[in-house]
Design a protein around this ligand. Structure first.
Ligand SMILES: Cc1cc2nc3c(=O)[nH]c(=O)nc-3n(C[C@H](O)[C@H](O)[C@H](O)COP(=O)(O)OP(=O)(O)OC[C@H]3O[C@@H](n4cnc5c(N)ncnc54)[C@H](O)[C@@H]3O)c2cc1C
Length: 428
């Protein structure tokens, strides 16, 4: 086996796999190197929601007060490690500075465009390759339990209208227009008819199989230790199973991308946002559309072969073991809104843990690196990696091939954070 390929992709998550798909399609020989098995972690355990509805970045006005409120509550979906590491302090400060109207107005059209393209390219891939992965286009319902929540729902519908995203406000009595079987304790909801869903493990399994058939090489259980650079190029990639060389190197290592890149002087401002999911195989969901309980930040997805409850955001923790208390909180939240789910027990579930790669501005990092001409970054997809994986793969293949890109790439360069930081420091 040759140690050289046209493209080496570091990270076998959903983003790395979609990059492999588009690069192979563009005629490149592709090798994927990944520490565990393909799809391990966030890419398999996520809620599988494909969400053009998520056009509002996490860093938005009101998020700071909401976050503080959550931090003070014992039953909170949000947690920040109390150990103030310098990277975390820097990230939090940048996040705080992005929570304003100016950033909201800037980010909404970008996210709206990218999430819509994400859905289109994912659907194209699934249909073209006949991937059996429970793809459904039935929309998504956000539910609210409190008066405060109702105001949030109204605000979201108004923002959606301005952004050109289809959204319908539904009073409690109208919720069954979306699903006749929906029996819940919500006082209102917002329905996003353009959203879709996919079964993440099925998608990853089917895609990996297809890629193998086309000659993409997978090196699982292979950890990349470092990138060896010379002048303006990545010369070699050192792993625990030997060195690899490639004409182009794509770093798609999720929340770990920053650690891998820092020694070569490429700094990506990323924090891991740990989340959980509980999968109940063979459990028939009491409704057919995916649901988000907005106040609890809990997502519930009905799949053809079970039900998944996902949520929680623990920032700055790479500890892989699940916290039982938080998983119980997710179950209580599900039962509060859907009394029929109160019979679910933790011990019946298949638990999963994953790390969302979070940027402070809520936009991903997708670029050809300006410093190393054969290095590409595909990371920072936060809560939207499943939605944005296909369009990211398409964009990376366009960058590698030197073709015009489907979207303007300027918002996605990793230098954007440092330019802002440097500019501020000049003014201090
Ligand atoms: C609970 C939860 C629910 C979610 N729900 C949704 C949803 O409904 N819709 C949506 O769009 N998104 C959702 N997401 C977000 C989505 O799952 C992530 O954004 C996405 O999985 C990120 O994919 P990735 O390929 O970038 O990273 P990962 O899935 O983390 O993959 C990166 C891979 O790189 C490997 N790696 C890291 N370092 C190295 C190294 N040094 N050498 C070799 N390999 C390495 C890792 O082992 C890993 O397998 C959810 C996330 C969570 C946690």
């Amino acid at each position: 086996m040759s140690d050289r390929s046209d493209v080496l992709i570091i990270g076998g998550g959903v983003v790395g796999l979609c990059c492999a798909y588009f690069l192979e399609k563009a005629g490149c020989s592709v090798r994927v190197v990944t520490r565990e098995r393909v799809g391990a972690g966030a890419s398999s355990i996520n809620a599988g929601m494909i969400v053009p509805s998520h056009f509002v970045p996490l860093a938005s006005p009101g998020m700071l007060s909401r976050g503080l409120e959550w931090l003070l509550k014992p039953e909170s979906p949000f947690y920040i490690s109390p150990i103030p590491r310098p990277e975390l302090v820097l990230w939090l400060n940048e996040f705080r500075l992005y929570c304003n109207m100016k950033h909201l107005r800037y980010a909404i059209p970008i996210l709206k465009n990218l999430t819509s393209l994400g859905k289109i390219w994912l659907r194209n891939m699934i249909q073209e390759e006949a991937l059996d992965c429970d793809w459904r286009e039935r929309g998504l319902l956000m539910l609210y339990r409190s008066d405060h929540g109702q105001k949030e729902a109204e605000r979201l519908v108004a923002l959606a209208e301005q952004a050109g995203v289809e959204a319908r406000f539904l009073a409690a009595a109208q919720l069954d227009t979306v699903d006749a079987h929906l029996q819940c304790n919500a006082i209102c909801g917002v329905f996003f008819p353009e959203d879709a869903q996919v079964q993440p493990e099925a998608f990853i399994g089917a895609l990996q199989l297809r890629l193998r058939e086309r000659g993409v090489e997978f090196w699982e259980q292979t950890e990349v230790h470092s990138l060896v650079v010379q002048d303006t190029r990545v010369e070699r990639v050192k792993t625990d199973r030997g060195d690899f060389t490639a004409d182009h190197v794509v770093v798609a290592a999720g929340a770990w991308s920053g650690r891998l890149l820092r020694p070569i002087g490429v700094r990506v401002l990323l924090q891991p946002g740990k989340g959980y999911s509980l999968t109940y195989p063979r459990m028939k969901a009491p409704f057919s559309v995916p649901v988000i309980l907005d106040e609890d930040r809990v997502a519930i997805t009905p799949f053809r072969d079970g039900l998944r409850i996902g949520g929680m955001m623990e920032i700055n923790s790479f500890r892989p073991w699940p916290n039982e208390r938080r998983m119980q909180m997710m179950l209580r939240a599900a039962a509060r809104s859907f009394p029929t789910l109160s019979a679910l027990r933790l011990k019946q579930a298949r638990p999963g843990v994953g790390f969302r790669p979070l940027t402070p501005d809520g936009l991903p990092v997708i670029e050809r690196n300006p410093r190393y001409t054969n290095l590409y970054l595909a990371t920072g997809h936060g809560m939207l990696g499943m939605t944005l994986a296909a369009i990211t793969g398409k964009l990376i293949s366009e960058l590698v091939k030197g073709e015009p890109t489907t979207v303007d790439m300027r918002p996605f360069g990793c230098e954007r954070f440092w330019q802002r930081i440097r500019l501020r420091q000049r003014w201090i």
